[in-house]
Write a protein that binds this ligand. Structure first.
Ligand code: SF4
Length: 369
């Protein structure tokens, strides 16, 4: 039986685990990326590689020590080195003496036959095509329910009366969804999760500010790589709206051009008409949209040396000025510490609160005049 692993990306491992197991594979769940993961990645990765590359390499080295023999991951297209990473990871592991297999999924709308062959190569349980389709639909259902839980945590955390309650409920909701296998069980687990979130005592009068989170997909989706920025902001009274979720990204890669992707691309058009790889153009488009939606601010997070996000960073001051929306950028690497990040976030949030207060004072003055 294959012993497979895949990169840790937020809660998505819960849905991937179900799909891999039911296809007859033994799953080696990657540990949540931590210091050991990063130390291993930094030790064996080229120095110039970006943070996701190092975290993933560290993850593979941790799981290979537990008997993992197959990596399942995604490739990529466009002018970004991400498309080469899986093969480079495999080469490094081979050089270190680990003979691991690599199953690297490319965007199915470009490579449908390759996608089908790779799914079949993981089908050790010899499921029929219709069973695989049903399984993928259940995995998708689970992934959407998990995203729903995460979105609720972003909305409720800044309003919770007792600090930490939302994070506990979110963890519990993930456990319920992890145990759910059938569509009915997933629906029940999701409903229980919604109820648990709604039962959290909240301060409905609290003045909450709204911030959009944009940037590179890996650091956006994996809390361990962004030093739990969403939770930290929530505890500062900030409601976060993240621009990317795995389900949204998957739809963009499966369908031709979704309406949302078109809207984001259109919003970025005056500033960045070209696809520059990664999510650089999306970062600009989403910031424009958050500005139009009158968000209080935007935070861009990106791995250090990430070229698409560096390009976006140079354009953001213009977008910020024209749409009157403050933007803060974090470039993350193995040297980034949480204390420094929290200090910068506190200052930014303070600025946003004052700006909001000044606007409401000047609006009241205008009304009185
Ligand atoms: S998008 Fe940025 S972080 Fe991701 S692989 Fe490309 S350069 Fe690296």
């Amino acid at each position: 039986m294959r012993k497979v692993t895949f990169p840790h990306m937020g809660h998505s491992y819960i849905a991937f685990k179900m799909a891999m197991e039911e296809m007859g594979n033994e799953v080696i769940i990657p540990p949540r990326p931590g210091k050991e993961t990063l130390d291993l990645g930094v030790k064996y990765a080229p120095e110039f590689a970006c943070l996701p590359y190092k975290v993933l390499l560290g993850t593979y080295l941790q799981t290979v020590a537990k008997g993992m023999d197959t990596i399942v991951t995604s490739g990529g297209v466009g002018p970004c080195r991400a498309g080469h990473y899986a093969h480079l990871h495999q080469a490094i592991l081979h050089n270190l003496g680990y003979n691991v297999n690599l199953i690297c999924f490319e965007p199915p709308k470009r490579h449908p036959i390759d996608f089908y062959r790779k799914v079949q190569s993981l089908n050790n349980a010899k499921l029929s095509i219709s069973s695989i389709i049903k399984l993928l639909k259940r995995g998708w259902h689970k992934l959407k329910a998990l995203d729903h839980m995460e979105k609720l945590s972003h909305q409720i955390r800044p309003r919770e009366l007792k600090r930490g309650t939302t994070s506990k409920v979110y963890l519990q909701a993930q456990r319920w969804l992890d145990e759910a296998r059938t569509h009915t069980e997933i629906k029940v687990a999701e409903a229980e999760g919604v109820k648990a979130f709604n039962d959290i005592p909240q301060d409905s009068e609290r003045k909450v500010i709204k911030v959009g989170l944009v940037g590179e997909i890996y650091v956006l989706l994996e809390p361990a790589s962004n030093l739990e920025i969403e939770e930290t902001l929530g505890h500062m009274g900030v409601e976060v709206e993240r621009s990317l979720f795995l389900t949204g990204w998957t739809v963009d890669n499966l369908q031709k051009n979704t309406e949302e992707l078109m809207t984001v691309t259109e919003a970025a058009q005056p500033y960045l008409p070209e696809l520059i790889g990664g999510h650089g153009r999306d970062t600009i488009g989403h910031t424009v949209i958050y500005g139009k939606r009158k968000f209080d601010g935007v935070i861009q997070i990106a791995p250090f040396t990430c070229i698409p996000e560096i390009v976006a960073r140079t354009i953001l001051p213009k977008v910020s000025k024209l749409h009157d929306i403050p933007v803060l950028t974090f470039f993350l690497d193995e040297q980034t510490g949480k204390a420094g990040m929290v200090t910068r976030l506190e200052a930014f949030v303070d600025l946003l609160k004052r700006k909001k207060q000044n606007i409401s004072i000047s609006q009241t003055a205008t009304t009185l005049n």
